[in-house]
Design a protein around this ligand. Structure first.
Ligand code: C2E
Ligand code: CA
Ligand code: CA
Length: 590
């Protein structure tokens, strides 16, 4: 019998299907292996008992398993049970071999989830037919599954990167594109401009004519802006009535000032909305790379500052950014200088925010968050000083100090006999890219006497854009020591599903901007739901951040989210207070 038109092996990605034969009778086993080998389509592997069979299945992930029922120690039912309980082997097709055609036994096996059975003795053709039929079904299933996954991916991609009212790229996609354009401009020593634009007195218009008219006007504005720019330029809608335009570098193109003139002239014509003519004007702020900033966020921020200047000067005009517009710069300089001394002066503290399992309601972990208590300024938010620290090597010292403090705390809580929970520590990209990063982590764990299974590292997607293979190796090495890895702020960065599939993460953290108002905000609900579905189909756990209300919690539960963190259960608290929660067994009502 020929099986040359069999589909490609989905597990091994090779042309040969890997078949595991678990059979204690040596003669029968040898006979089956010989049949499979001689057919030329299979790479066959034998196991002489159930225990070895389970081990080989986990190690080799075969495409199909043929297994005898009656075996000493672990029988066929036991093997099937063990494999179905492990997500890594649960889906492998399974064919039972039985000496006696005992219908009761077989029914039991099929109920356990076997896919087919063969009664011994069987003919060569019967064996090959049973195997090929099963493999074809499995491949059809895998194809259907990957099509569905692809569709879900595309939908989520759209929701995360486009504005649904105007179909323009949103802030996130604009940031990504701007980042790429900056890299390109830097290589070719070119400049590029960022325009931030908003409509003058849009709110008054909204109040007078209503939101529906407001929405239609925004759509019309989006269309008209599209006509004002050249090929390769990007128009995006950032929020409400604020748009941005990135002018890609290129010869023979209008420059920033010329483009602004084109746009402002285009606004001289009325917009026709619901049969009425509406006149609006716009204000524009401009920042130019590399002069006004070296990265996407700085350029957008500075274009915004220039925009507020244009607005203050009466609107219907454009302004270039100048450093004088930046009153916050001096404050940042002051913060940077004090930040250097903060570590020596022991001004940092660690707060712990509990993470709760949504099924059991129990605390399963905590995220360690740094706090800076300055003698004069009081608490300074990490959202303010971490970005400053990231511009220098200071971030390495802060992250290392956090890791050390958290590990010491893990060891102390374990010694004190508290219920074991996992502590998650945030790491910056700089830290992750340090040579010998995984050795450093292990060294800190060892020094603190902490058990590695209680440490989790939170990394953001930004880290994974570059040097992909190297990063996979670092993560694998951490994971081989039982350290858990979570992907932080999912959805706010590149959100490429490529990373999800190729990096060994354990958990995805859904950023709080998607959790906010999911009970009322249908877009956020769709995004959150799609992320949870996607993560689960890739065997990843999902934790929702920033849950503030019962209504948000209820929707997360309904979507099957695994865990949550947020003010609803607890704010980040000092170590002693988190310890008290653990002792008292504080729970989320289920
Ligand atoms: P993140 O990793 O996304 O941390 C979660 C932030 O959300 C924390 O802000 C937390 O206090 C806040 N949060 C938690 N629940 C709620 C809620 O229900 N509602 C609201 N509105 N907020 C909630 P925090 O502590 O200000 O930290 C801000 C960011 O600073 C963190 O965001 C993280 O990116 C960074 N960060 C904090 N600690 C460290 C650290 O030790 N190392 C590094 N590299 N970054 C850190
Ligand atoms: Ca985090
Ligand atoms: Ca986060």
């Amino acid at each position: 019998m020929q099986f040359s038109n069999l589909p490609q092996s989905p597990q091994s990605q090779s042309l040969m299907f890997k078949i595991l034969v678990i059979e204690d009778e040596a003669l029968v086993r040898a006979n089956i292996l010989e049949i499979l080998d001689s057919s030329g389509d299979f790479d066959a592997l034998g196991a002489e008992n159930g225990l070895i069979g389970v081990r080989l299945a986990r190690e080799h992930r075969p495409d199909l398993i043929v297994c005898d029922i009656m075996m000493p120690e672990l029988d066929g039912y036991g093997v099937l049970d063990a494999l179905r309980a492990d997500p890594a082997t649960a889906a492998i097709p399974f064919i039972f071999l039985t000496a006696k055609a005992d219908q009761g036994d077989l029914r039991f096996g099929m109920n356990l989830g076997a896919d087919d059975y063969l009664t011994k003795p069987f003919r060569r053709s019967e064996l090959l037919l049973a195997i090929s039929t099963r493999l074809e079904k499995q491949t059809a299933l895998a194809n259907r599954y990957s099509i569905k996954l692809k569709q879900a991916e595309e939908r989520l991609n759209y929701l995360l990167h486009y504005d649904s009212l105007t179909n323009l790229p949103n802030l996130q996609l604009l940031r990504n594109r701007l980042g790429e354009l900056i890299a390109q401009a830097s290589r070719h020593q070119q400049s590029l401009s960022v325009l931030s634009l908003d409509l003058d007195r849009f709110n008054r218009l909204n109040q007078t004519f209503g939101y529906q008219v407001g929405d239609q006007l925004l759509k019309a504005v989006a269309d008209r802006l599209g006509l004002c720019v050249a090929l390769g330029d990007t128009v995006a809608r950032l929020r409400a009535d604020q748009f941005a335009i990135v002018l890609a570098p290129g010869q023979h193109k209008p420059d920033a000032a010329e483009t602004c003139t084109i746009v402002l002239n285009a606004f001289c014509q009325p917009f026709v909305v619901s049969g009425c003519e509406v006149f609006v004007t716009a204000s524009i702020g401009i920042s130019v790379y590399p002069h006004d900033g070296g990265d996407a966020d700085t350029l957008l921020q500075n274009a915004d500052l220039a925009l507020s200047q244009a607005r203050q000067l009466g609107g219907n005009q454009y302004q270039f950014y100048t450093p004088q517009m930046n009153g916050v710069v001096s404050r940042m300089r002051m913060r940077s200088a004090s930040l250097r001394q903060a570590l020596q002066r022991c001004e940092f503290q660690v707060y712990y925010q509990p993470q709760v399992n949504l099924q059991s309601g129990e605390i399963v972990g905590a995220e360690a968050l740094v706090r800076w208590l300055h003698p004069e300024w009081g608490f300074v938010s990490p959202a303010e000083f971490i970005p400053l620290a990231e511009q220098t090597d200071l971030i390495l010292l802060i992250d290392q100090w956090m890791l050390q403090t958290a590990c010491t705390q893990i060891a102390a809580w374990n010694r004190a006999g508290l219920p074991p929970v996992r502590i998650a520590v945030n790491l910056s990209g700089r830290q992750f890219q340090q040579p010998n990063f995984s050795e450093t982590v292990l060294h800190i764990l060892l020094g603190a006497g902490a058990d590695s299974q209680y440490l989790e590292l939170e990394l953001t997607e930004r880290i994974f854009i570059q040097t992909v293979q190297e990063n996979v190796e670092i993560l694998k090495s951490l994971k081989s020591h039982n350290i858990q890895i979570s992907l932080d702020d999912f959805g706010t960065g590149y959100s490429s599903f490529k990373y999800l599939k190729s990096f060994p993460f354990d958990t995805i953290k859904i950023d709080m901007c998607f959790v906010r108002n999911i009970d009322r905000d249908s877009k956020n609900a769709a995004i959150t739901r799609a992320i949870i579905q996607m993560a689960h189909s890739l065997n990843l756990k999902v934790i929702a951040e920033g849950v503030e209300t019962e209504a948000e919690l209820a929707v997360l539960r309904q979507y099957g989210c695994d865990a949550m963190q947020g003010y609803l259960f607890s704010r980040p608290v000092p170590a002693a207070e988190f310890e008290r929660m653990l002792r008292e067994g504080k729970c989320l009502p289920v």
